[in-house]
Design a protein around this ligand. Sequence first.
Ligand SMILES: [Zn+2]
Length: 149
Amino acid sequence: MIIVKQIEWDMGHRVLNHNSKCKNIHGHRYKMEVSLEGDIISEVGNSSEGMVLDFADVKSIAMKYVHDILDHGFMVWEKDEKLVNFFKENPELKKIVVPFTSTAENIAKWVFVQLDDKYTDVFKTGLKLKSIRLWETPTGYVVCNRDDK
Ligand SMILES: [Zn+2]
């Protein structure tokens, strides 16, 4: 069975070599869906009995390893010299330096890698991360499955 939790955050970025307005410094309200698959926990008397994973646990891991790292920060490609230098001069500003240009596709892959080993199969139900769906705008999203890593 598949369970899905949505998480949102605000983040700035730019797509350095893009040939239109995306090369400008701007931000998005990102939304993602974390999809997990596994069997239902059957351990009688356990707090999570009858669930694939407690939604509260899905959320707390996604908040810690994605939301809290990215929210109200600026994602900078390490090859974007102008912005790398700007953030060196302004170390008090929140930034996330990454080895890729910050398209929705690459951010979704980063999120997948970030979360993949955090959802551990504690109950031996085959629990694992299935996919990350990431909206950059209300009408556009990407889906990162395990094979897309
Ligand atoms: Zn953008």
